[in-house]
Design a protein around this ligand. Structure first.
Ligand code: SF4
Length: 313
């Protein structure tokens, strides 16, 4: 049995920055540091940071006066930001700059008097944050069907933005449906889907041409990880999203010659390596990495931590 690893896979620059922010904050201010919601959608990452002194909370009222507060990579609504200011919480914002870019884009369209169609998944924290950043009417859609049912105030005054971690192909079809129904709608093509999501989707697409089983390491609530599994499945390759090596069922490997392995943007590489070790125990004799895009994206630290040396990896 052969194992082929996708490239790129795993951590993106936004996730690396968010984790780095919590670690630097712990180093600079000492424990505890309060993080609103999971900093990124990965239990292993969250547990690791909890072990170092981070406390994860659902709402700001769980944070004591003066508690250092970190917003997660998915971003927050204006209400949450205002609430933190009212409570005088010292906030460090770990919102991925590519999510902030979507907020600004939507605000600009709304400022021009357009209602916003947000393409995204209901209930995802990024979607809640983006909706809560728009001063005006927002319609949430996920499929061309939703577009067909959409009732808007003024079809000539619309713009759309998207969640950053959607399927590139599915989003294209939703945008086509929007443009057909509302020819004057403005929007950014599929460019709101971030570079990391696009690169990982392209890589799993290439992997699916070679593998007869694909394993995606990632959390069940991770949007971009789910999209990777879906793409492999749509290409006719059996695919599973697993949290780590312990979730691998050896029965899946029966008759399999080539296993493709990838990981969502919030899954650490050590989980991939543990999975590869497990696959070796189960008979894999060759491990290869598929050629793919080299990512060099790095985001700046927020000003509060710019002078902090950071923690050696
Ligand atoms: S998946 Fe994209 S938008 Fe989300 S944190 Fe990573 S780089 Fe940022």
């Amino acid at each position: 049995m052969k194992v082929i690893l996708a490239k790129p896979r795993g951590f993106c620059a936004g996730v690396e920055r968010a984790i780095d922010i919590v670690e630097r904050a712990l180093e600079k201010y000492g424990a505890p540091v309060y993080v609103r919601h999971e900093i990124v959608h990965n239990k292993h990452v969250v547990d690791d940071l909890r072990g170092k002194g981070a406390r994860f909370v659902d709402e700001l009222d769980e944070i004591p006066v003066g508690g250092i507060t970190v917003f997660s990579a998915h971003g927050v609504s204006q209400r949450v930001e205002d609430d933190a200011a009212l409570r005088r919480l010292p906030v460090i914002d770990a919102t991925c700059p590519l999510v902030s870019k979507v907020h600004h884009e939507a605000q600009r369209y709304a400022g021009d008097g357009r209602d916003i169609v947000l393409i995204g998944h209901d209930g995802h924290p990024e979607v809640e944050g983006t909706m809560g950043r728009i001063d005006g009417k927002v319609y949430l859609v996920a499929t061309p069907d939703d577009v067909a049912k959409l009732e808007v105030r003024d079809p000539r005054k619309l713009a759309y933005v998207t969640q950053t971690t959607l399927s590139v192909d599915d989003t294209r079809s939703v945008i086509e449906a929007l443009r057909l129904r509302f020819p004057t709608i403005l929007g950014p093509d599929t460019r709101d889907i971030c570079y990391a999501t696009q690169n990982r989707q392209r890589a799993v697409h290439d992997l699916a041409m070679l593998a007869d089983l694909i394993l995606v390491v990632g959390a069940q609530n991770s949007s971009n990880s789910n999209r990777l599994r879906e793409i492999a499945t749509e290409m006719g390759v059996r695919s599973f999203l697993i949290a780590d090596a312990s979730a691998l069922d050896p029965a899946w490997l029966e008759g399999v010659e080539t296993v493709g392995v990838t990981a969502g943007a919030s899954a650490p590489e050590h989980l991939v390596q543990q999975l590869v070790d497990r696959l070796r125990e189960l008979g894999a004799s060759i491990v290869e990495v598929l050629p793919g895009v080299e990512e060099n994206v790095r985001f700046k630290m927020p000003p509060e931590l710019a002078d902090s040396p950071g923690v050696a990896p």
